[in-house]
Design a protein around this ligand. Structure first.
Ligand code: SF4
Length: 423
């Protein structure tokens, strides 16, 4: 593989976390194909026009995901992807067809609104029909080192959200669904195309929340797989999508950043509040190379008061368990909040140490009271009374010390921005 990635390969953090996120690392460095390139080569004996309902379709999809996993293992053992034919109808084709079927009775997330988002007469909690809007996309240089690397994480910010966090730091996009520009799935793929040719290490689907946009994300991934280097935007597309490209530097484009045996290659990162449904997880399993799920609240009622979200604990823990059982590459994020150490941080650490001990965890200290939690704001909400300040140092230390006691894998990823480097 080209030398353009040597600086990424030489990052110190791989020595500590490389094994935990080995698949992501290989795809990012173009030593392995993104999952979507394998899903494109996984045959399913159906046609686009095949008549099946969502439940039946998901069973078939899961069955052929097993075949996908077999092919992936072969590739990891040295099989050359160029020897594999592209079938008439693939697992990736089926993913695209399934998400648009689900949209007619949307259950992308745990709200399970069952509204017809294609018809658009009634909207669910996310308030979205079929159209996705992007508020910005850019090389994110503030994500964890394994994601920002040397050239940044290729972050694509969608508007709207399926949670209502009083303290949301992105409320301008999560609460304003008309922020940004509407995009077609192909334009989304073109954003990813530009970012990767400029050297990003992953495509970071985020928001707001990416889950309500799964239909357009999966379709964009389909374009990346089938059109690849031919996705070069027309002048009209470029005029449109450059309106929301928020980069301060010019990154020269180089095809070698994206090249895996002649195919356009980039790992898919799903940066989520983890409130998605099992159906969504099943569909995304053969498409997402690394997961970045939030784990915000403990098992009490904090999620209802502070995020207006019921069923939070059971949904997040079930989802994390499933991803862990599947052996996915995962990094968990937990934002330490003031006055929520005992009720949230400690039970979360306990749960992770009992259930998913090998997953790296970022125990983040950057909470600031914003949006409805800002005591100086006219929209301050009294329900946010206990989170209207930054966490005290003692609270942060209590959480980090407990995580250490419980032997969580967290230090490298949590402290690297503070200059921490293990001896
Ligand atoms: S994505 Fe979630 S909130 Fe939005 S309509 Fe679907 S189930 Fe409801």
């Amino acid at each position: 593989m080209s030398d353009v990635y040597n600086s990424f390969r030489n990052l110190w953090i791989w020595k500590y976390l490389g094994e935990r996120v080995a698949w992501y690392y290989k795809v990012s460095a173009n030593d392995a194909p993104a999952k979507y390139l394998i899903a494109k080569r996984t045959p399913v004996p159906l046609e686009s026009s095949s008549d099946y309902d969502v439940e039946e379709g998901l069973k078939i999809y899961e069955r052929y995901t097993e075949e996908f996993l077999r092919i992936k293992r072969d590739i990891e053992n040295g099989e050359d992807i160029r020897r594999l034919e592209t079938p008439r109808y693939s697992l990736l084709d089926m993913a695209k067809d399934l998400v648009w079927k689900i949209l007619r009775r949307c259950v992308f997330c745990r709200w399970r609104c069952k509204v017809d988002r294609v018809e658009g007469k009634r909207l669910g909690t996310c308030m979205l029909d079929t159209v996705s809007r992007v508020s910005s996309y850019f090389h994110h240089l503030g994500e964890e080192l394994i994601f920002r690397g040397t050239h940044g994480s290729g972050t694509i910010f969608f508007t709207s959200c399926n949670m209502r966090c009083l303290f949301c730091q992105n409320s301008d996009i999560s609460r304003d669904r008309f922020n940004g520009i509407p995009v077609t799935p192909r334009q989304l793929a073109q954003m990813a195309y530009i970012l990767r040719l400029e050297g990003v290490h992953n495509i970071n689907w985020v928001g707001g929340e990416p889950t309500p946009h799964i239909h357009n994300i999966v379709t964009a991934i389909w374009h990346l797989a089938y059109e690849g280097f031919r996705l070069k935007p027309s002048d009209d597309d470029l005029d449109h999508i450059l309106k929301v490209k928020h980069d301060y530097f010019i990154f020269p484009m180089d095809k070698r950043f994206a090249d895996y045996k002649g195919e356009f290659n980039v790992p898919m990162l799903f940066n989520t509040n983890t409130f998605l449904s099992r159906e969504s997880l099943i569909i995304l399993r053969p498409l997402i190379d690394i997961w970045l799920p939030d784990f915000k609240y403990g098992p009490g009622k904090c999620s209802i008061r502070l995020s207006r979200t019921p069923w939070y604990w059971e949904t997040v823990t079930e989802n994390l368990k499933l991803l862990y059982e599947w052996g996915e590459n995962i990094v968990i994020r937990h934002l330490i909040m003031p006055n929520h150490v005992k009720c949230c941080s400690i039970p979360i650490i306990d749960w992770i140490s009992r259930n998913t001990p090998e997953i790296p965890v970022n125990l983040m200290d950057q909470y600031r009271p914003e949006h409805e939690a800002d005591p100086h704001s006219p929209i301050f909400n009294k329900d946010a009374y206990d989170i209207a300040r930054r966490p005290y140092k003692e609270e942060l230390l209590e959480v980090w010390r407990y995580a250490e006691e419980k032997k969580l894998i967290f230090k490298e990823i949590t402290f690297e921005k503070k200059g921490f480097m293990p001896p």
